[in-house]
Design a protein around this ligand. Sequence first.
Ligand code: COA
Length: 222
Amino acid sequence: MSMSINSQNGITIRRAHLSDIPYLLKICRKCFSRIQWRGVSSYVRPWWQAAITSEAADVCVAQYKGRVIAFAVLVKDEELWRKQKKRGEGPFMSHLLSCIVCPVLTFKALCIKVARLMVGNEDQLQSSIGMSYKRTWLEILAVMPREQGRGIAKLLLCECESLTKNEGCDAIRLMVTKSNKRAIRLYKKMGYQKTTENSEGEFYMKVLNSGCQVGIVSNSEN
Ligand SMILES: CC(C)(COP(=O)(O)OP(=O)(O)OC[C@H]1O[C@@H](n2cnc3c(N)ncnc32)[C@H](O)[C@@H]1OP(=O)(O)O)[C@@H](O)C(=O)NCCC(=O)NCCS
């Protein structure tokens, strides 16, 4: 994969390594409430190992002063990604352990899975929207809370856009939960347009016409 090493104000955007996983787990714990991201590391770690080594996706990270402070996962081959995700749902013991350690979050995750099964084909319908474009899928994006508001997410989005173009694709799609106003504002600012929505969230797409340029605000605390 060709990924630019993009440096701005001390922030480097690069491809993730397996050694970044402890940072990625920390960012997830700080940014997300779902068990899928907050559970015991034996449950979450294999997901990251699979994502970083997968041919179906690119994991980009933002590094600042030697620490990984943000990441984006861009899926290039949705079919292969879905198959790998199914295989990597984790061993029974990990699920059991999650139930014991975080019963409330595990219950919430179960409810989400049941809701997904109920909407079933609706999800497939969503993926058919914008079918005329060859597109990638932004699976997840997060910035460490103390580093937010500096333009790091915009920088990662730009990297995902250039990776999308390098893949010969002309659009990016993503899904965001309706209550995530901050992320919605970010995507709209970056030119993403809402295509549809379902019970899980809103779907956005950006057709990539021109290049992407953003600036970084320096962090006075560091
Ligand atoms: C959403 C998120 C990725 C934005 O990261 P970020 O690095 O703070 O974003 P940026 O600094 O690049 O800001 C981009 C835009 O986001 C919006 N934004 C950023 N911080 C914001 C804040 N505190 N309040 C409202 N909007 C905000 C603004 O529109 C901003 O543009 P502007 O600075 O020109 O006004 C970050 O808040 C995050 O990690 N949230 C938790 C994980 C998550 O929800 N991920 C997205 C769904 S997968």
